[in-house]
Structure formats: C-alpha cells, structure tokens
Design a protein around this ligand. Sequence first.
Ligand code: ADP
Ligand code: ZN
Length: 742
Amino acid sequence: MKANYARVLIDRSIRRELDYAIPESFAEKIGIGSRVRVPFRDKAALATVVAVLEESGASGIRPIEALVGDKPALSAKLLELARWMAAYYCCSIETVMRSLLPQVIRKAEVGWKKQLFVRRGRAASAEEIEKLRKRAPRQAELLEAVAQLHEPKLAADLLRETSLDNQTLRALEKRGFVELREEAVERDPHADEQFVPTTNLVLNSEQATALAAIEKALEAPAKAKPFLLHGVTGSGKTEIYLQAIRWALNNGKTAIVLVPEISLTPQTVERFKARFAEAQDMVAVLHSHLSEGERHDEWHKIQSGRARIVVGARSAIFAPLENLGLIVVDEEHETSYKQEEAPRYHARDVAVVRGKLEGCVVLLGTATPSLESYFNATRGKYQLLNLTQRVDDNQMPLIRVVDLRQEKRKAKSLTIIGDKLHTAIIARLEKREQTILFLNRRGFSTSLLCSACGEARECPNCSVALTFHRTASRLSCHLCGHTAAVPKKCPACHEDALIYSGFGTEKVEAHVMHLFPKAEVRRMDADSMTRKDAYRETLRAFRAGKIDILVGTQMIAKGLHFPNVTLVGIINADLALHLPDFRAGERTFQLLTQVAGRAGRGETPGEVFVQTFTPFSPSIQFARHHDFTGYFEQELEFRERCDFPPFRHAVLLTVRSAHEGRAKFSAETIARRLREALPAEFILGEPTPAPLEKLQGQFRFHILMRGEAIVRLSRLVRETLDKLPMPEDVIASVDVDPYQLL
Ligand code: ADP
Ligand code: ZN
C-alpha cells in the first residue's frame, strides 16, 4: 500500500478525524502515532496521525505541513488504549490525548538543552601566536588551553578553569583557531546522585512462591490474569517487583512501575536506580515536579529505547515503552491514581487494560487492597498472591484504641494528645526512639467562630469554614485557596467574641513542642513543605535521628521506612469516617493500616495509638486486629445491600454554575432526559445539591447513576448530553467510577 493520506486527530476538541495528503518528502517516516503540523481553518494546528491510507474520500484535501520528530510519538496500541479510554470514561478522544502525551511533547516547544562546546580549530602559526601574545594576551592564553584539548569541551568549563571570558572565546572563533558548536545535552534530575548498586536478595518462602507465579506468567503472558499481591506493610513486595523486573529485562522486555505521587520519594527512586545501575539511563522517572525540560528529556530517553524501566506517578502508565513485559502498580488502592479532571481515568484500571492490549503481565501490589480489586480476586478475575509475614518475622505493631470520649471527660476539654499517648511519647524520648504523629488536617484552628452570634468565618466561594494558619497569620480556604485577614471582632455582629476551635497539624506541632520542650519536633504538610527540597531534607534529618517527633498529614503516611520509629499516634481517626461518601469506611481502614505500618519496621516492635470518638466502628476494630478479610466481608455486604461498587459501576454527573437557579434547572432537565434514555437496568438518582454545595463560586448539583454495563451507560449519558446544549454559564461534567463524591 502506498501511504498517500494520513487521517489525523487535531489537538482540539472538534470530535472529528480529518484527512491530509502526505508529502513525498516524509512519506517514508510517517506512520500511526506520528505527530504532524497541519493547516486547520486558517491556522496551523498540531495533530496525531491515527491511520495511514492509500485513498481518501474527503474533498478539499490539503497537505501536511511538517512532521514533528523522527519517530511516531505513540504506538498503535497506545492509540487503541486512548479509544478505549474515551468510550469508557465518557469523554472525547482529544481530551484523552491531552493526558497521553505530556504537554511539552505535544507542543514541541521546549527542546533539548543546548550547550556550547569548544574544539580546536585550525592550527596557529608561530608568527600568529607571537602576534596574539603582544596584542591580545588573553586570547593567546586561551588558545594555549585550547591547544591541550583532545576532545570537545564545555565552553563554560573551559572559561571557568582559565578565568577568561566569552568575548575572548568568540574572538578566537573569528580567527578560526577554535570551533564552537551547540550540542544537545540531557538534563538528568538525578545526575548528582550516586547509587550504590544492589543485587537480588534471597527471598523468603512466601516471596519465592509469589515470584514463581509471576515468572510463570511472564513466560506465557497472553493467558495470564493480572495479579493482586496482597502483602502486609514490610513484607517485601518491592523486592518482588525488583526481581520480576530483572526477569523481564533479562528476557528483552521493558517495565513500568506506577507509584502514587506522594510516595515517589527519593527513597523509592533510589531503590530502583540502584538495582538497575548497570546503565545510567536504564531507569526513567516521571512525576509532577519535573521541569518541562526534564520531562522532555526523560520522555525521549524512554521513546528512544535507552530507558527500559519507567518509574512514575499516574500518567506514567502512558510511557511509550516498546516490548512491554510487566506493569507494576504499587499501592493499587491509592485514590490518587484517579485523575480528578477530564479524562477522569484511574491509572490502575488503565494499567489492566494496557496490559491486555500489550499482552504483558500486570502486578497490583498493596497492604490494603481496594474493595474493587479484592473482589476481582475473589471472583477469579485477578490471581491473588499473599505475603502474610513481615520480612525478618518482625511483629505487626500493637494497635491500641483510645476512646476520646473518656479522655475528654477526664480532661474536661478537647484533647489533642491523650494521657496514654502522652506517656508513650515520654517513653520513646527516654529511649531515643522516634515518634510519628498523624493528623489528616492542616492549619492551626479549623474554624473561627463568634461566641455571641454563632457565625463562623466561611469562604465566600465555597461552603466550608476558613482555617486559621498561625504562621501565615491568615484565614485560608483549603478548597479554593482564598485567604483573608483575621478579623479582630466578629464582622457579623461586631462583638469582641471570636473563638478559635478545632485543630490541625500546625496546632499539634505547637502543642507537642509545649508538652516536650526538649524534644526536636518537625512538621511535614503542604504548608511547611513549600520549598522544593524541604521534603527531602526533613526526611534525611528524620532518618539521621535528628528529629524526635514528626507531625504530619498523609504526606508521612505512605511508604516511608524508618527502623527507629517505634510509636505512631493517630490524633483523630474519625476525620474520614464521617464524610458523606460510601468509601469513608474503606478509606479509614486503609489509612489506619498504612499509618500503623510506619511503626516498628526495625528490631523493636512498634506501638500505635488510635485516638477516636467512635472506638467500636468496624473499620477501626478490624484495622486494630489486622484483619483485612474480616473487614472486606462486612464492607462487601454493605456495598451489595446498597448497590454500590464493586457490585455496580457508578457514574456521577455534576452540573455547576455561578447561578444557583440555572444549575438546578439544568440538572433537572438532564435528569428528565436521562430518565427517558436509560433502560430500567440502570439506577438513576434524583438531582440533588452536592454535599459540597458551593465550590470556587459555583453551585453544584449531582446526579448519581449506577449499572453493570458501564460502557453502555457511558455511551447513553454522552448521547443524552450531546443532544442537550447547556446554557453558556452551566457546565455538566461526567465522572465514571468516581472517587470524589463531595
Ligand atoms: P514492602 O514493599 O512490602 O513494604 P519492602 O520490599 O520495602 O516491603 O521490604 C521491607 C524491607 O525488607 C526492605 O528494607 C527490604 O530491602 C527488605 N527485604 C525485602 N525482602 C527481603 C529478603 N528476602 N531478605 C532480606 N531483606 C528483605
Ligand atoms: Zn474557598
């Protein structure tokens, strides 16, 4: 077939594929997945080739203007994945493409970092040198240094070593004595780090059994089901990933490892870089803190085939690796795998689909499986692998539940650190062991109330109270970022009766410093970690034993491994439990188990204190007894009774507008149309104000749908919305398999 025409997807949501003629000059290079620049209306637009055709029935075909990059940016399989995502997640394929290709690759603006290299030019005669010495001694000096060069040298280095300037160098270039050339160099975010190479550890018998099953699947991946590796914290899951990847590499395959953004710590990256240290470029790292330039370079490292392992956050699932042998999703239960803007995909579920398309093995690992995944394992869709023991047979930490109702009665006021936790901290300080205190809420006081009129300071844009931050000395909204000065008197009734109530990590830190003045206390949350390397630095200090007590939010709950931490205090376990969300119990169970997993990872067994007002809630009791299956069974019963996932898929439609009445009216109209469009097998909820009624100045209404045939439901919803144009100031968005129900 002769490649005459290319069918392309323009980078704009026009929901149509267009045909363009392929100029002779790059007919050889163009293929499915190539990026091109095409004329579109009266401008140029970037686009992706989705098919190459011999003939086209379209009229008025124009030629492609340019080819971007030598090699297709996407494989045919990734394009197929994009089509699946558009159908499943009820969005346009152009929207999917935005996530599939990093912006820096799509826009093709940031290129390689260019640096100036110096090499020797023509030889200078003795006469010329003599003349230079007299008239331009600095040029002569530089020329002498250049004469010593055997290979091109970075101009910047040469000038620094000789203490000479750029002008001198340019003068030499003019005379032809040096050649200057710009060359691309790669930005390596880990260039200044040294990795001590590690080798495979000898596995214990549970690990060996699990790895054997994975290797068998790697040998015959076409028939393999995804694995769910359920291993308690510290059971050696990562070691299994490392060895499975080694197997894949040895067999000419590549691998992707997804890690939640928050646990993509230097510690994690280091473990992968060190194990695969045989080539500098072997491991590429993708996460949201890379500069555009770094992202560009990492991406090309992957696309060119030099990097054969990609470790990254959510969007790394789209890494353009060829010959994919294994996809690992660590902490598969993490909700951060779900993208909260369109395309609203879940990276774990996309991983399973990509695995199927590529014919590779998918390995989901976690200490606290999501209900969905464990359900899939019990139904035989996934293959379950268990690690029940910690490596070195360390004991699981002892979890003690502290009833805050009693503490409150005793103390006659709100308790931050109860008596029992207090005593336990003192014991740790005496033994020079470390403590982690966890609270899932930032700030100092969670609200500022007027005791005269009862009014709380609310965000003008959102229906939540403003949080008081003492360091910044401002009130701030955690949803939209709005900040306000702290009023002296109540702005509503003008009484001097303002009181602070509730507390966040900032207050816990202050309180702990007050209780234990000799202890070194540090806080780790989004407020205290604004500087780029603050996170790394704090972790390093903590590991070196320079911090006694670390106070923090979920930032410290995940994946960290500190042998000297023998005590974990959960200041208030109820924060997640009372959210109007069917996953509230699941999240609490996971959080408690994960946070508890931070304790006693060394020789000394750990101790965990869980402070709560609801000591008998099932998620707390099951977590306390490390009883995942018990928890799973009772939670599953509840989900089945209510027709919630994993029994039915959910689709959440949100209608929002700055105008409350219009949002409500549109939601009601959509609901009416959906009632006509959806067959009885689907459950359609009434339009209701969202639990978070107002967000960023927009009033929000929800319509919740549920059903088993999710792709069909997605299509029906899309069709209904397409036929119903929204007023300009109303936006309807669709979330398939939603995690954010507020
Ligand atoms: P998980 O990922 O399940 O939390 P890790 O893989 O991080 O567990 O293992 C915890 C610690 O135990 C790590 O320091 C790791 O190097 C070590 N480890 C893992 N497997 C073994 C083994 N078979 N023998 C000795 N040490 C091991
Ligand atoms: Zn707000």
